[in-house]
Design a protein around this ligand. Structure first.
Ligand code: S2G
Ligand code: ZN
Length: 463
């Protein structure tokens, strides 16, 4: 635990009032969206500059005090949870968009810039920041980079790492590294920038990021298609991918739709109900593209892969169709769900999902299993709602077994135990299901290079 003398010293490194130790602040800033770990930091510090971050890291090295980076606190792997007396470094006051480069189509941002803030800034410039997900209204770029956030547009635009042109990080020794210098081409050895993206703050803290922007998509149009079973979704994906340049291909089960319609604020996509739904999106650049989409829809109906469907005819309808998918996570959070975020190669998705569905339904037939996710990039979100009559502890004990079955199945399919939410604390004990011992040894060697005293978000990714 940090001593009061050390806290007093910490206060001298930042502006007045930028170190908090009251119970509410410790509770609020010591956690993220996971619920398994009790937040217990010793202090929250709010730097306003790179120099202050460097001073904090040097102070932490001197006293061997662990630091936990904190952004929007929307993480789902407990990577931003401080459960062991660490000092939380919040980037809330490093939240400026510093510079826009029209010709480079890049924006220099501080880590505390909210994802939605960058998206809106890009729109004002007639451009587009294409990494999007349900929590973009409160997540921060520093956390998006730390997790290598993915979301709903990965099938066309890739993950956060595809959009980082340059990165300034403060390493675990307090050194400032300026990585890649915003260059498009730079063949001068290891691309160290990529090491810090997805490292969950365990190698260093992002203090500035130059983000690339894309041309704005035109006339985005969505379709929701009802399918008779899960296996029909992949031929639908294949059919549409062969004809259209998709910007998204998502799926969700009818149980998810049931929960969404129960909200009362989102209209059903169409009259009928089907076991599964695909939501796809494309740019209807002209009449031909829209007709191609309709022809492909007809083909899928003829093949029996699709039973019903709708295409958005307006921006409002586009938004309403997206709400069916984007509201799922927040809506079902009321049932304290067991959550998992896994991925396999797209071709293996049907067999993989069937294996897991069979295991869970055989062992726990009364479990309410909800499937949804970014099936176009092989990323599935398995959620199990806690049965009313089952105590939370008993439910999560049973779900620990589900975890084991899920990760054993992931290993069998050479998949990832964490597709986009990161490892944090929730999955650090299962890393071996997706990474070899040799890989883990290399990661630990890299950690030792950048954080020799092990003060940068310790206990995340690996214990
Ligand atoms: C999604 C959000 C978090 C979750 O909706 O795509 O990544 O798993 C998720 O509910
Ligand atoms: Zn997701």
């Amino acid at each position: 635990m940090t001593t009061s003398a050390q806290i007093e010293e910490l206060k001298t490194l930042v502006e007045p009032g930028k170190v908090l130790i009251d119970a509410d602040s410790l509770e609020t800033y010591g956690k993220d969206w996971t619920k398994q770990f009790a937040p217990a930091p010793s202090a929250i510090v709010f730097p306003k500059s790179t120099e202050q971050v460097q001073a904090i890291v040097r102070w932490a090295n001197q006293h061997k005090i662990a630091l936990v980076p904190s952004g929007g606190r929307t993480g789902l792997s407990a990577a931003a949870v401080a459960a062991n007396g660490e000092v939380v470094v919040s980037f809330d006051y490093m939240n400026r968009i510093v510079e826009f480069n029209e010709y480079d189509r890049t924006v220099v941002c501080q880590p505390g810039v909210v994802t939605k803030q960058l998206q809106l800034f890009a729109e004002e410039k007639g451009l587009y920041y294409p990494v999007d997900f349900a929590s973009s209204g409160s997540s921060q770029l520093g956390g998006n980079i730390g997790t290598n956030a993915g979301g709903i547009k990965v099938i066309r635009y890739g993950m956060t790492r595809n959009w980082v042109a340059g990165l300034k990080v403060v390493t675990g020794t307090g050194e400032l590294l300026e990585l890649n210098r915003d260059l498009i081409k730079n063949a001068t050895g290891y691309d160290l920038r990529q090491l810090f993206i997805g490292a969950e703050g365990t190698l260093g803290f992002v203090v500035e990021a130059t983000m690339r922007l894309e041309r704005a998509p035109k006339n985005l149009t969505a379709m929701v298609l009802g399918t008779p079973d899960f296996d029909s979704i992949m031929p639908v994906l294949h059919a549409f991918q062969g004809k259209l340049d998709l910007t998204a291909f998502e799926f969700f089960s009818d149980r998810c739709l049931e929960k969404i319609l129960g909200r009362g604020d989102v209209p059903a996509p169409f009259e009928s109900r089907t076991p599964f739904y695909a939501l796809l999106e494309f740019e209807a650049l002209n009449e031909d593209v829209a007709n191609e989409a309709l022809a492909t829809f007809e083909h899928c109906v003829e093949q029996g892969w699709v039973l019903d469907g709708v295409m958005s005819q307006s921006e409002q309808q586009l938004q309403n169709l997206w709400k069916l998918r984007e509201y799922i996570s927040e809506t079902i959070s009321h049932w304290t769900p067991y959550k998992n975020d896994i991925s396999v190669t797209v071709s293996q998705v049907p067999a993989f999902l069937k294996d897991i569905d069979d295991i869970v339904s055989v062992n726990y037939p009364d479990f309410d299993v909800l499937w949804y996710g970014h099936i176009g990039d092989g990323n599935l979100h398995l959620n199990i709602l806690k049965p009313e009559n089952l105590a939370k502890e008993d439910f999560f004990t049973k779900c620990a077994l589900v975890n084991k079955w899920v990760f054993e199945t992931v290993e069998k399919y050479n998949g990832s135990i964490s597709a986009e939410h990161g490892v944090g604390m929730t999955k650090r004990d299962y890393l071996q299901y997706s990474r070899s011992a040799a890989e883990i040894a290399c990661m630990k060697a890299i950690k030792a290079v950048f954080d020799p005293n092990g003060i940068m978000n310790p206990g995340k990714i690996f214990a």
